[in-house]
Structure formats: structure tokens, C-alpha cells
Design a protein around this ligand. Sequence first.
Ligand code: WT7
Length: 635
Amino acid sequence: MGRYKIKDLSHYFKQYKKSVKNPVRFWDKIASDHFEWHQRWSNVLDFDMKEARFEWFKDAKLNITINCIDRHLKKKGDQVAIIFEPNNVDEEVQNITYKELYARVAKMANVLTEMGISKGDRVCIYLPMIPELAVSLLACARIGAVHSVVFAGFSSVALSTRINDCDCKLLITADGGFRGSKVIDLKQIADEALKSCPGIKDVLVVKRTHQPVSMTPDRDYWLQPLLDEAAAMHVAEVMDAEDPLFILYTSGSTGKPKGMLHTTAGYMVYMGYTFKNVFAFKKGDIYWCTADIGWITGHSYIVYGPLLNGATTVLFEGIPSYPDHGRFWDVIQKHKVNIFYTAPTAIRALAKESAAYFENRDLSSLKVIGSVGEPINEEAWKWYYENIGRRRCPLVDTWWQTETGGIMISPLAFVTPTKPSHATLPLPGIQPALMDELGNEIHGNLVSGNLCIKFPWPGMARTIYGNHQRYIDTYFSTYPGRYFSGDGALRDETGYYRITGRVDDIVIVSGHNLGTAPLEDLINSHPSVAESAIVGFPHDIKGNALYGFVILKEEAGNSDGDEIRKEINQLISDNIGPIAKLDKIQFVQGLPKTRSGKIMRRILRKIAENELNSLGDTSTLLNPEVVDNIMSNRL
Ligand code: WT7
């Protein structure tokens, strides 16, 4: 078992140079060569970085599902498109061929149409990781409806906020969901949410767990009987290049979640291109991404990217620790997975378990392994590369965001030599820049700064749904003329990028982005809380965990601290979801503030990280005395 062979990187540099010199020609060729269009574009790109207006493939007409499904039917109709691996090991695997996928999507599209959904309508999807989830996305795209998937781990309040923000007309959900040994009461959560969603006219319910649920007459319909009646043929709606494809919410550092809007042609071209090149996808490869379709990784690299390439994509309902910590490795062995894409938090958790879980598994089918979601520390990188990739598989550490649609900075498997914890080089077509605090670009190597992108790419989000100004303010105004990612990065001596993490008030916990400001607002609504500040601190498995500093109201003086801690976390669970719970809650007398009244989070971060000797300058604080007090009571 030797190392894998690297092809000549000079081919990459040649392509890269071409893509920067003439982006229009570069994307024009990719769009022409690899996709099916009803009508070609008259112009590849028209844009204005200041106003954040981007128009890709003007006048082109297409339907993304024709590219994901129909065009494969002739040669690959009997090839498996989706392998469904259920949560429970004793339940049968479903192998859904491209032909069957076509029929399922057509039926679903016909059901949606019968429910009165048409082009441009928003449909909310709140489902566990079952085939109906992928089918629902594709059925929406088929009829030109805009899907808005809400991760099934979100609470009823989070669900209703997202439904109302983009005025969804219809909800697709399930009676419940299996997750390890637990059953999630999805319908019950949805019912709670719908009490405050007057815009939802109908609810389609998938029977998954068969638990008893309440069905509201004239609103709730079991999906299966409707599918049984529907025709298995559907003529796809012809879409314009810039017609919306989907909305997906991501946390903001302030205020309500941002509904990132992605459009049709550019997203399709970018997902098809990046999937093939980053993972070195070859015909016949079995590909498995362990993300949830509720996140962008699942949209782009479980559903659209693989299907655009006619791949076989594994859809896994379960979790890495059920029935035991060998589940991932069992699934790889069972389905002879060739390309495996997962998150650092899962890798760190599994690395802690006994080697017996992976040592005697046959992982020889693997040829490429990948990581996404947060920086992968060196220890985890090496463990993954050695024990799972067995030093034979390139490890692609892929940096990107909900906003970017697809992978931006990453090794190309078998092309780019990898380096632990480095996302390495930009994909052709992507022009990164590091910026200093004054807004100047930092050139040269061995430097660090804030990570921006200088030129548009087809997969980028086009706006924040219903609030274009917020889109401009958040991403295009910190460094005028550039897209600002919110991440910090350094460039090493060879020009490789290493992403160092968020430079704003977003903390990534187990790969989930959490804005600290919305969490603080929520905690401050607790009747005993006067004020709070939340920061992230390093955590062995989750990457980061949340530390809350909370000032209680005077009248709460005699209450039980542990009781309030419990209530705060319950409040978070109910309003956002259990993923956002605080690991530590310290009650404090005051918070360190600047003279203008702003909380100095830098200091709180250091305290949470236990870096008490590097607090930096505290002399400009309005109330330096609170710092000692906080430090001495640190949890
Ligand atoms: C944030 C975006 C990308 C899809 C899943 C997350 C962090 C993502 C990496 C990586 C270091 C990474 C960044 C980014 N991130 N991938 N390979 N190395 N950091 O999408 O929820 O929109 O989160 O995840 O901080 O800004 P998202």
C-alpha cells in the first residue's frame, strides 16, 4: 500500500491562469461542454460588486432536474442514483435507480402541482434524511418552485421563523424521524410551528415512524396515497438562468437568520464542475457525503453535485455512533464506497473510540476522502488520513460556505499535493485575497488576513431573501468591490491557504454555525437575566463550544443557579435547537465594556479559552475591576 500518485500540478496552474485571465471564456466552455440547455445564453456574466448584482448565463433556459436525471436515463437508467441506508441496521437498504428516481420525482412534482404549487412559490421541507427529502428538492426544482429546507433538528420556533420569512405556501414533513436510538416527533414540532404560520395552506406528511400523530382536516395529507394516484411522467418547467432554485438559512452574527438565495444556471454549473474535479469523480464511483440535506453540504454534495454527474450517492439516515461507533466504516465496507466526505467533528469523535471499530473493516474501496465544515486540526487530519484513508487516499480539506454554494478552496484529488490542516489552493475560477484591517490587500506569501473573493463565480448566492441591503452590508461593504467571507486565513510559503476560523461573532459548534448575538437576545428574554455575553471556546470533539457570561437581575438573587442554567438551555432548545445549548454558564456581576458601552468579547474569549495571561490591554475598559472577578470564578 503505497502513497497515491500526484499528477503534474502545472496543468492546474495553467488552467487557473486561464480562468483568471478570461473568466468568461472559462465558464462559457464548462457550461457548454457539460450540461443540457433548452436555450443557450447570450452573455456569460454581467455584474456589479458594489450593488452585489450578478447575472450568469443571461437568457439561458434550462431545468436542473433534466440535467440531474433525464439526461442520464438512456445510458444509466438502471444504474443506482441513490443508495438509502436507513438508521436501523435491520431495515432494508433502498437502491433507487435513475429510472426510479425519475418516476418518484415526476409523481411528487405532479402532487405538488395538484396542491396548487407553481413556479416561484416557496415550499418548506422539514424532513429526516429519507429518500423523500431528496425527491422533494428535485420535485420543487422540476416545477420551478423554490425549496427552503429546514434542518430536522431545528425547533418549532426556528421552523416557523423560516417558514414566515419567505412566505412558504406548503410544508412537507413526516410523522417522525429515526435518529440513532431516538425518535424525533417531527409532526408534533411542525404542528406547534404552524400555529404561527398563516401562509401555510397544506401539509404533506410522509409516514416514516408510524407513530400516532394528529392530522388537521383540509390541511394535512398523507403523502403516499397522493403519490399512488399521481402520474409517473412529468414535463419539466423551463426555467430562466437566474430564476430562484432554493433558499437556505444560515445564522447571522446579528438578528434573524439570513435566507441565502441561490439561482438555477450558475448553481448548476458550479456544482457539476466542483463535484467532478475536487473528488476526481469517475463513472461508476460510489460516493458518500455524511452531511444532512438540511445544510448546504447536503444540497450541493449529496443531491445536486453527484446527480449532475450521474453518480451513485449514498443517503444515510443515521448517526456515526449507532448502533455503535463502527457505523461509518460498516457502511463504507457494505456499499464499497469510493469517495467519502465528512466533517472534522465526526472525525474527532470517532478517533476517540477504540481502533477495533475500524481496524478490521475493509476500507479498500476508498480512493478519496474529504473534510468540510470547520478547520480540521492536524491531529484529526493525520488520524483520518492514516486510519481511514490508509495513506492511499488524498484527503481534500474543502473550504466553502452556504453563501458560496460550492467548494472554493480545496485540493483537487490526485492533482494537488495535500498538507495537514490546509485547504491548499483556490479552484480554477476562484480569486481569493487576504485583506488587512485597513482594507488593503496583502500580497506575497507567509502572510495572514481576512479572506475575500475578488471576482464573481457562478455558484454564489444572489441575495438574502427579502433583504438585498443586508446582503450588500454583510458581504460586499467591509471591503468594497470584494466578497468578504467572515473567515481569517493565512497563506504559507508555497501559497497554500490555511483557514484559521471566523473573525466575526459566529461560532462553529460541531460544524453548525451559530451567531452569538441572536443567542444573547434570547437569553436576555429569560425573566431572571439582566444581560449576557456568549463566546466560543475550544472543545475536543465539537471544535468549539459555547460559554455564556450572564448577569442576573437583582430580584433573582436567591434563586437556584443550576435551575436558571437549566432554564436558559431549555429556552435555547425550544427556540433554536439543542445544538445551540451552552456548555458553560457563569453568573457574573458585570461584563467588561468599552467606554462606549460595547462588550469587549476579546477579553471574554480569552477567559473562556483559559488564556488568562494574554488578556491584552484592559486599561481602556470602563470597568476593569469586573475582569478579575470573572477570572477568579471561571468555570
Ligand atoms: C463556514 C461556513 C461549507 C459547507 C458547510 C458549512 C467554516 C467550512 C471549512 C474548512 C475551515 C471551514 C468557515 C466558513 N468552514 N469549511 N474546510 N476549513 N473552515 O457551511 O454552515 O455556511 O459555514 O464554515 O468558517 O465560513 P456554513
